[in-house]
Design a protein around this ligand. Structure first.
Ligand code: ZN
Length: 109
């Protein structure tokens, strides 16, 4: 089998161009509806180094982040599908979800 070096080079260039385009508009996936949206339209959920899960409305909290649309439906969908638990590989108690739902509601107003 002969590998055509021209084809390999073309594919490599194509791949690089895709990376550059992705950098221009940072998209994140909502853990609720699964849609890719610009970071600004999403709310960050963060797991702190201490293991505490909370909403990060400022986007500045340290720790591992996941994203959800800024609406209650998506947070509830993420809760139902346990996507945040999967993203953080930990259990999230009901009261933590309730607190996040309250915070999200307060943020929407
Ligand atoms: Zn969503």
């Amino acid at each position: 089998m002969i590998i055509n070096p021209t084809i390999v080079k073309k594919n490599a260039q194509k791949g690089m161009r895709t990376v550059v385009r992705a950098k221009k508009t940072p998209l994140r996936m909502c853990t609720g509806c699964g849609e890719m949206k610009p970071k600004k339209e999403l709310v960050r959920v963060v797991k702190s180094p201490e293991g505490e899960v909370s909403l990060d409305l400022t986007g500045r909290k340290p720790g591992r982040g996941a994203y959800v649309c800024s609406n209650l439906d998506c947070l509830k969908a993420a809760r139902k599908a346990r996507r945040l638990e999967k993203a953080f590989s930990c259990q999230i108690p009901a009261e933590v979800y309730e607190r996040m739902e309250e915070e999200l509601l307060a943020n929407e107003k």
